[in-house]
Design a binder for this molecule. Structure first.
Ligand SMILES: *Cc1c(COP(=O)(O)O)cnc(C)c1O
Length: 353
């Protein structure tokens, strides 16, 4: 049992340059599941410590592992807000269902997450563009070599202070279309936020880096014809008279940022569509000067403008120095809402107290 009284950290001194995900806050949440003991046990918030697992823990062998990522912000009026946490809670449970892992009670999940952030609020850096990244995750812990869904799990939430994704300002990034490998297939696990998807996609990232590109744009697994998403971001393509993003069809992660971008574009009366976009359409639109900009969306970077897109021998350059106009506008709008600088007209923020 955990009888220690946890004290709020008073002051934290953080390095100037925060490398993403390398520094962790003082506490974490741990909750174990044991089917033989009736399911979930009492959640505990405690000092961050090493966990010990049996070498036969099923996560090591059959990969039942999933995660989420969201952020808490110090808002301009001195409060703490989480951005659309209910979406991440819902998505974690969808991912859990796909991997035959247990559901986490949404209310308990939210309450405990808020309690943890409140306790470790000193870890939210009070600097522009900074936030506290929240990482809920779950793994199978039952020791067994049998191939089946495990009967024991560990659900955890960790916190990590993060700086702005682009410390030198909003810079566009070069992206390479990869068709030598695929990331995810419809009815597979592409729409679930699971560790295995990342293990399978690292090789594309390595190839792209090798050629001087920061990220990979994945194509559909069946025909390698339609664009799907970028690394850990969804993708948007701005044509002259339309902004399009691939429709969710089972292989694409339903991003919370994606959904928010679509809503904001609707609010602004843009012609935003969710549809199949072939890489050939992108190439021909680029050649016809119909393609204005391309950008990615995700919790970590919020909006990421694309400087150039490489597909086979074709290099489509938008601007290597200047981020796209709409990408900048959307980034300002989303971060403006997150830091409480502009009205939260869709009630996306959940405040702590
Ligand atoms: C997490 C993730 C995204 C972005 O989702 P957000 O909820 O916007 O952070 C996009 N694609 C993949 C593969 C992801 O894992």
């Amino acid at each position: 049992m955990n009888n220690q009284v946890l004290e709020k950290t008073k002051k934290v001194s953080l390095p100037e340059n925060l490398v993403f995900g390398k520094i962790f806050s003082e506490h974490f949440l741990e909750m174990n599941f044991d089917g033989a003991k009736g399911g979930w046990q009492k959640p505990e918030i405690k000092k961050l410590e090493t966990i010990t697992l049996h070498p036969a823990a099923m996560v090591f062998h059959y990969g039942q592992a999933l995660f989420e990522g969201l952020k808490a912000f110090n808002t301009v009026d001195g409060r703490i807000a989480l951005f659309r946490p209910e979406k991440n809670i819902e998505r974690l449970n969808n991912s859990a269902a796909r991997l035959c892992m247990p559901q986490v009670d949404p209310k308990l999940f939210l309450d405990k997450m808020l309690e943890l952030v409140k306790l470790d609020q000193a870890w939210i850096p009070d600097r522009p563009g900074h936030s506290l990244y929240i990482r809920p995750f779950m793994i199978a812990t039952e020791p067994c070599f049998g191939v089946r869904a495990a009967d024991q799990y560990k659900f955890m939430i960790m916190l990590s202070p993060v700086g702005p994704y682009y410390p030198e300002g909003f810079k566009p990034v070069p992206i390479m279309v990869v068709d030598k490998y695929v990331r995810a297939v419809r009815r597979g696990t592409g729409e679930a936020k699971v560790a295995g998807n990342y293990a399978a996609s690292l090789i594309g990232q390595v190839d792209a880096k090798h050629e001087g590109y920061t990220q990979v744009l994945w194509l559909d697994a069946i025909e390698q014809k339609y664009i799907e998403e970028v690394g850990a971001m969804n993708i948007f393509v701005r044509f002259k008279n339309e902004i399009a993003t691939p429709q969710l069809g089972g292989s694409i992660l339903p991003g919370v940022t994606r959904a928010s971008v679509i809503q904001i574009l609707k609010d602004w009366n843009f012609n935003i569509t969710e549809r199949s976009i072939s890489i050939d359409e992108i190439v021909s639109s680029f050649d016809n000067n119909d393609l204005l900009e391309v950008f990615g969306s995700g919790t970590a970077a919020v909006i990421s403008s694309v400087s150039k897109l490489k597909y086979h021998e074709k290099e489509m350059i938008f601007s290597e120095t200047q981020a796209g106009e709409l990408a900048i506008k959307l980034n300002d709008e989303l971060t403006g809402i997150q830091y409480g600088k502009i009205p939260d007209r869709h009630n996306w923020l959940t405040y702590i107290d």
